[in-house]
Ligand binder design. Structure first.
Ligand code: NAD
Length: 358
């Protein structure tokens, strides 16, 4: 059996730090195990264009392992060329880089390691909300520059206490974000999701559901995006929706870059309508050097909390998604049933309700 894994390069860091499991160098810790069973494992970071290792090896691979951090974009065209492909495993959470509808049509299963990095991301979201609301990034940059002008920072620094925070998507991550915000004494915690939270879960954190998206954003001081990318969420936060945000609102998106229209966000920030935007996900990854989100600023020259895609790939998360990937492979090799929560696309049908209402 041929297994193809598209991972990111860890370079010197991966040699020095073997817990960087999700790298080309450390191969999710499965190389020896697969070899001992007589299987072929090809690992590469080369993923763009017809001469990439991804496209060359895909044609006869039976298993494809990809990661959202360095996504091998599996389009319908490529699926049609991948005649042996039976199963795609996402080492992490979020399989939008795979054309899931094409996977359904071609009876290719898609599994992810559900839950493996949801705490990692929720912590990053809380951090990002705080760094925007408290105007942290320009304050730190000022210190590095050797300057000291308290008022230039304080003029746009606030407390999170007393603010309304809402999440688009209240699944594993969205719920954990709200849970972690309870001790901050926000004015209200809101959520927008077509799947209501179980009554007990909503009551435990006093979260209120708002069913209309425009109404929802118009009530929030902080909006955090925690839903998957699918047909119903691509470009969801566009010029039109941003008009309904409160003036001076903060937006944090660690879900997927393409859920927000990149130029609409940059425009809204520049005008000061959005006070800040933070996140780690980009519409194309790696993000081009001139991507507007790298350097966009609000009307006061601040409000940017962007980082590369790493919130869900802490060393703790890597240990969990590497072992989860191995479990999925073991089940597949031994014809054992997969854990239901990991199955995004089963044989010829969606098994999750999280990737859109069908
Ligand atoms: P989940 O399946 O537990 O929850 C997703 C929730 O979003 C579900 O409740 C679903 O009903 C809701 N949803 C779907 N479409 C919606 C829509 N149109 N409007 C409102 N809600 C909608 O998933 P999760 O574990 O919480 O992860 C969510 C997403 O976060 C992943 O799909 C992935 O894209 C992203 N993620 C990012 C990182 C990172 O490192 N930045 C890591 C893990 C996950």
């Amino acid at each position: 059996m041929k297994v193809l894994a598209i991972l990111y390069n860890g370079n010197e860091a991966a040699v020095q730090e073997p817990r960087l499991l999700g790298t080309v160098e450390n191969k999710l810790g499965i190389a020896e195990w697969l070899a001992s069973q007589g299987h072929e494992l090809v690992v590469s970071s080369s993923k763009e264009g017809p001469d990439s290792d991804f496209q060359k090896h895909l044609v006869d691979a039976e298993v494809l392992i990809t990661t959202p951090f360095h996504p091998g974009y599996l389009t319908r065209d490529l699926i049609e060329k991948a005649k042996n492909l039976k199963i795609c495993i996402t080492a992490g959470v979020g399989s939008d880089h795979i054309d899931l509808n094409a996977a359904v049509d071609h009876k290719i299963q898609v599994l992810e390691v559900s839950g493996s990095n949801v705490v990692s991301v929720a912590e990053h979201v809380v951090m990002s909300i705080l760094l925007l609301v408290r105007n942290f990034v320009p304050a730190h940059e000022m210190i590095e520059r050797g300057d000291w002008a308290v008022s230039d920072i304080a003029r746009n620094a606030f407390d999170l206490e007393g603010k309304v925070v809402g999440t688009i998507g209240a699944g594993r991550i969205g719920y954990r974000v709200l849970q972690r915000l309870v001790p901050f004494d926000c004015k209200e915690l809101l959520y927008y999701d077509y799947a209501p939270l179980p009554a007990g879960a909503a009551e435990a954190i006093k979260a209120r559901r708002v069913e209309d998206l425009k109404e929802f954003v118009s009530q929030c001081d902080v909006v955090t995006v925690n839903c998957p990318l699918h047909e119903g969420t691509r470009g969801l936060v566009d010029d039109e929706l941003l008009k309904h945000f409160k003036k001076g609102a903060w937006l944090v998106n660690t879900a997927r870059g393409a859920i927000c229209d990149k130029d609409a966000v940059a425009r809204s920030l520049k005008s000061g309508h959005l006070n800040g935007y933070a996140g780690d996900v980009w519409n194309v990854q790696p993000a081009p050097k001139d991507h507007v989100w790298r350097t966009m600023k609000n009307d006061l020259g601040a409000g940017n909390g962007m980082v590369p895609h790493y919130s869900g790939t802490t060393l703790d998360a890597q240990a969990r998604y590497a072992s989860g990937t191995k479990s999925i492979l073991e089940n597949y090799l031994n014809n054992k049933p997969q854990e239901a929560q990991n199955i995004i696309v089963g044989l010829g049908k969606y098994e999750t309700k999280a990737y859109g209402q069908r």
